[in-house]
Design a protein around this ligand. Structure first.
Ligand SMILES: C[S@@+](CC[C@H](N)C(=O)[O-])C[C@H]1O[C@@H](n2cnc3c(N)ncnc32)[C@H](O)[C@@H]1O
Length: 182
């Protein structure tokens, strides 16, 4: 899915202040969700579509061994920069690559994907879920942000303005899909 990389490359550049910015409270909250799911670490955590790596770094700060996979070079580079900071309590290693293709030798106690699941077709989602299942240790957990159709219906027709940019939400009732126009 070549367009996915191009889309998120633009996305990260347009919203660089957020995607390539500092660790925020919401990233600490995501890390706390991982921590609550597995208890005391260090645990092995795989984060897919990690963007600029802020949630992954916050998870490493809680003592876990985190592997972050990110498709877009700018996001992966930002995640690597965060990984190199000495204050990380656990570890963070960053793989720049496609989670549909990446080969990982180990299994994980948690596989998470924040704000991204659902791109592409239903077949793509099933393929990704199967891969996530393969990466989980026997009693591991998957944590996935899922946007429900009623969220998409509620957002339909709304426009959110950023600096020089507008995001318009629509809804395709036949395909039951969010239409995300920038
Ligand atoms: C909406 S952003 C969310 C980023 C981050 N998880 C967050 O919550 O800030 C989705 C991310 O998934 C990444 N992504 C999408 N498809 C991917 C793929 N096939 N392999 C790796 N990363 C992917 C995108 O590049 C993007 O950084």
């Amino acid at each position: 899915m070549e367009w996915v990389r191009d889309f998120y490359d633009l996305h990260q550049r347009w919203l660089a202040g957020y995607y390539l910015g500092p660790i925020l409270d919401q990233h600490r909250d995501q890390a706390a969700t991982v921590h609550a799911a597995v208890g005391l670490g260090p645990k092995r955590v795989l984060e897919l579509g990690a963007g600029g790596g802020q949630a992954a770094a916050a998870t490493a700060d809680l003592g876990h061994e985190v592997v972050a996979v990110e498709l877009v070079p700018a996001g992966a580079a930002h995640a690597r920069m965060l990984a190199s900071r000495p204050e990380r309590g656990g570890s963070l290693s960053v793989i720049e690559g496609d989670f549909y293709r990446v080969e990982l030798a180990q299994t994980f106690d948690v596989v998470c994907y924040w704000d991204g699941f659902g791109i592409g077709s239903d077949a793509d989602q099933r393929r990704l879920l199967r891969r996530m299942g393969d990466w989980l240790a026997p009693d591991g957990r998957a944590l996935i942000d899922i946007f429900t159709p009623w969220h998409a219906v509620r957002m339909a027709g709304r426009e959110v303005r950023f600096d020089r940019l507008a995001r318009r939400y629509g809804f395709d009732p036949e395909g039951c899909r969010l239409i995300d126009s920038w």
